[in-house]
Design a binder for this molecule. Structure first.
Ligand code: 13P
Length: 258
């Protein structure tokens, strides 16, 4: 089964409007040379419209960083998944570690948001974090498996074709200390096995699972060569469009080894 790798930049709360557009203009032509890799940029809500406009007629897809789980209503300050989809945005990150840790998002909220994204035609990139790395192996496995089960409750087999999972160990985010490729492979394999148990082997085989946490051009190839790692979700390093282009190229090279 061929899975098209993803290189996704998560700009988080960075980039001014003019910088966002300049980035897309810089990256568009170069990433188009690697059509076997899907390049995605995620930015703040207020940047999404200009990102979508700048990415028109390019191969770059645009993602939001969060949405609410209701389409409309009296929810001051929240962002409707329906509005985001209507802007022409294709993806949305759900349950990022920073949302879970700083904004107290629970597994239940992550699940509601994932379902709302799917209902509105957005593809959710559901982020799984890991905060119990140093505890026993059992606790580590239980933590990850449980998050997968809770996040995907009520998602149908058909909808799973639009779902992407992203595993981002909390201590690897922004620390410069990426997880070792073999350990990341082990964890992603376990995530895929959990999806296989919940749905079936075909759903699991088609599902794209990303690794995130201190990915940069220097370590990305070794990570993306792993069998179960279908791309990367990148913060700091991908703020620079040249690094983003390099990561897309490395994803293309890593794919050839699989
Ligand atoms: P860094 O690449 O800065 O570690 O961030 C990872 C991340 O959180 C991407 O969503």
């Amino acid at each position: 089964m061929e899975r098209r790798p993803i290189v996704m930049a998560n700009w988080k709360m960075n980039k001014q409007p003019n910088e966002a557009i300049a980035y897309i203009q810089t990256a568009a032509k170069a990433v188009a040379s690697y059509p076997d890799v899907e390049p995605i940029l995620a930015g703040q809500d207020v940047l999404l419209q200009s990102m979508v406009d700048a990415a028109e007629d390019t191969t770059i897809e645009i993602g939001a960083e969060n949405v609410y789980w209701k389409e409309e209503g009296a929810y001051t300050g929240e962002t409707s998944p329906k509005v985001v989809a209507n802007l022409g945005v294709q993806y949305v990150i759900i349950g990022h570690s920073e949302r879970r840790n700083y904004f107290r998002e629970t597994d239940e909220m992550v699940n509601l948001k994932a379902l709302a994204a799917l209902r509105n035609g957005l593809k959710p990139i559901i982020a799984l974090d890991e905060t119990v790395q140093t505890e026993s192996n059992n606790a580590h496995m239980h933590w990850i498996v449980n998050q997968v089960i809770e996040a995907l409750k009520g998602v149908s087999k058909d909808q799973m074709q639009s779902v992407v999972l992203a595993y981002e160990p909390t201590q690897a985010i922004g620390s410069g200390m990426a997880m070792g490729p073999e350990q990341a492979q082990k964890d992603l394999y376990m995530i895929r096995e959990t999806v296989s148990d919940m749905f079936d082997a075909k759903v699991a085989e088609q599902l794209r699972i990303l690794y995130g946490g201190s990915v940069k051009p220097e370590n990305a190839y070794a990570i993306m060569r792993q069998r179960d790692i279908d791309g990367v979700l990148v913060g700091n390093s991908a703020l620079d469009p040249d690094n983003f282009i390099e990561l897309v190229k490395l994803a293309h090279q890593a794919k050839k080894t699989k």
